[in-house]
Design a protein around this ligand. Structure first.
Ligand SMILES: Nc1ncnc2c1ncn2[C@@H]1O[C@H](COP(=O)(O)OP(=O)(O)OP(=O)(O)O)[C@@H](O)[C@H]1O
Length: 271
């Protein structure tokens, strides 16, 4: 197995506050991780380290065998597809041009840069794969949130990354758009079998079927990590969210339901 990401004893401190405490995590090629935890647990911070956007305060982060702090972050980022819902594009670039900024690694199109025929063909294939066929000329400014998310995933895949980072990709989508996006993510993973991914979410309903591994984070510490079925359990998820939550997995998808007082009394009665 090829190691794509390795964090060893990572601490992250900002303004005197320890946001991550001694995080260890290894992600291998072909694995699809879910990073789950309550608000403020440290998920986005952890993802930013995985995406070579920040350095740890102590400990080490290796991305694709290269250690943060020993290589230029910009060079490393080219091998990472980071889908950030706060993508700061404000101009009316067409979908096809936004996708091509995945080659230049920029937000806006680069003046006087022309894509090669191969890059144009790849962008067209990715636009199709992400379900945006026929929309390539639509401007970013009028896209729906779902279309923007799909455009950004296509953009991230332009550089043929070994690691894809997805920060809450289905936030703000209606149930049909979310289900569609999750299926598309499964298709992307099937089309690129060696890619590894880390997807951040608060909601277990937002996990694609192809999720293979999971890590639960709370108060800046990983509570549990490993194969998804052994981590996404009623006991461990309840511990992470400090709330009794019943987890079920049906036809590959997870769901979470808060255990009400009556359920809890029934469980106590059974013990
Ligand atoms: N640069 C910073 N300076 C100070 N505190 C920060 C900084 N970045 C993050 N934090 C704090 O660290 C904690 C973790 O933030 P982070 O955004 O990683 O959590 P999260 O799990 O992604 O949360 P959410 O689910 O709400 O998006 C929060 O309490 C946040 O306020």
């Amino acid at each position: 197995m090829t190691e794509v990401l390795r964090l060893d004893d990572v601490r992250f401190v900002r303004q005197g506050k320890t946001i991550l405490h001694g995080v260890d995590l290894t992600v291998e090629a072909g694995q699809h991780w879910a990073l789950i935890g309550p608000n403020g647990a440290g998920k986005s911070t952890l993802l930013s380290l995985c995406g070579a956007r920040q350095h740890p305060t102590s400990g080490t982060v290796h991305v694709l065998g290269r250690r943060l702090g020993r290589v230029e972050l910009q060079a490393l980022r080219r091998d990472i597809g980071h889908v950030d819902p706060r993508h700061p594009l404000t101009s009316a670039l067409r979908i096809r041009d936004v996708v091509l900024t995945g080659v230049t690694g920029t937000i806006e199109s680069v003046m006087r840069w022309e894509p090669s025929a191969e890059e144009l063909a790849r962008s067209a294939d990715l636009i199709d794969l992400l379900g945006l066929a026929g929309k390539a000329d639509e401007p970013w400014t009028t896209l729906s949130q779902g279309e923007r998310g799909r455009t950004l995933i296509a953009r991230a895949l332009m550089s043929d990354p070994k690691l894809l980072l997805l920060d809450e990709p289905s936030t703000g989508l209606d149930v049909a758009a979310r289900e569609d996006l999750l299926e598309t993510l499964d298709e992307v993973r099937e089309a690129h079998p060696s890619i590894a991914s880390v997807l951040v979410t608060h909601h277990l309903e937002e996990l694609p079927i192809t999720t293979s591994h999971a890590a639960l984070i709370a108060h800046g510490r990983l509570l549990a990590q490993g194969e998804a079925d052994s981590v996404l359990t009623t006991e461990l998820v309840s511990e992470a969210f400090e709330h009794p939550i019943a987890i079920e997995r049906r036809e590959g998808r997870w769901s979470a339901r808060s255990l009400g007082r009556r359920d809890r009394a029934a469980i106590r009665g059974r013990v």
